[in-house]
Design a protein around this ligand. Structure first.
Ligand SMILES: C[S@@+](CC[C@H](N)C(=O)[O-])C[C@H]1O[C@@H](n2cnc3c(N)ncnc32)[C@H](O)[C@@H]1O
Length: 265
């Protein structure tokens, strides 16, 4: 069993713009259900805590002070960028105008602008830190997003990345389920996400532009040093709902995170 045996699930290089637009509309509908109060209650405390932890972690690799420029791409209505205590904050999201109209978070402090990661509206080597969490599988062109991040990140800058990954057999079944749903139900499976990645997909995409300096798998369900430890822990897990699917390569929505530096060309 392993995430590395996913050659037959390599990512399709780009989905169509139409497919991305469908995801974009459904994303807006999803956030329409929330109010500032309900979102604050749901996640603000968690983001505040996470922002503090990240700053401490980043300090091991980069100088952090009030001049440090941090960009979050696909920041959603509320995320860590809204809660960093020091640093100069910037954020972009294709739904920025909708978020500004609907929610009362302090978007001036995060310089929120409407833009996609495929065209980041800043000059080369502008940022010290770039954050991309829970976004790459929502984008239209993941490779272009990573190229843009490489362009606007300073030479010694830090790229903080997180995304869900799925085991090999989960992806195979999802593919078949998606086809059946389209044919018989005229519906799109996993409509918010134009992409679903295996660990291998993500690491090969990222490694084209960046060097991974620290990584973690499965943080959402515990803290592990590496994937082997994660698998061993899963085996030990008493919860049958995790143990059995993981053994058969059927486990999904596992968080992958890494810190990266730019590959020097
Ligand atoms: C699941 S939300 C994540 C929001 C936030 N990061 C969080 O974890 O709560 C995905 C976000 O990605 C944004 N997004 C979709 N396509 C994008 C693109 N091409 N470039 C940047 N952001 C994009 C969506 O508008 C949405 O706000």
């Amino acid at each position: 069993m392993g995430f590395s045996e996913t050659k037959d699930n390599q990512i399709k290089r780009n989905v169509t713009l139409k497919r991305w637009e469908i995801a974009h509309i459904s994303e807006e509908e999803y956030w329409e259900e929330y109010t500032t109060e309900s979102l604050s209650k749901r996640s603000s405390e968690r983001y505040k805590k996470k922002a503090k932890i990240l700053i401490e972690e980043w300090k091991k690799y980069i100088k952090i002070n009030s001049k440090t420029k941090v960009l979050q791409i696909g920041c959603g209505p509320d995320d860590v960028i809204n809660h960093f205590p020091v640093v100069k904050k910037y954020s972009i999201d294709p739904l920025a105008d909708f978020y500004k109209k609907k929610f009362k978070f302090n978007y001036k402090s995060t310089n929120l602008q409407k833009a996609g990661g495929e065209n980041i509206p800043f000059k080369d080597s502008f940022f010290d830190v770039i954050v991309l969490t829970n976004v790459l599988d929502h984008t239209h062109m993941p490779e272009k997003v990573l190229s843009e991040i490489q362009r606007v990140l300073k030479k010694e800058g830090l790229f903080h990345f997180e995304n869900y990954i799925f085991q090999r057999n989960f992806l195979r079944i999802a593919k078949i389920w998606g086809i059946l749903k389209r044919i018989f139900g005229n519906e799109i499976y996993n409509v918010h996400h134009p992409y679903m990645f295996s660990l291998q997909d993500l690491k090969s995409l990222i490694s084209e532009k960046f060097s991974i300096i620290k990584e973690e798998v499965g943080r959402d369900i515990g803290n592990y040093e590496n994937f082997q430890e994660f698998e061993e822990n899963i085996k030990k897990e008493r919860k049958i709902t995790i143990k059995i699917p993981a053994r058969f390569g059927l486990y999904g929505s596992i968080n992958y995170s890494c810190f990266c530096k730019k590959n020097h060309i």
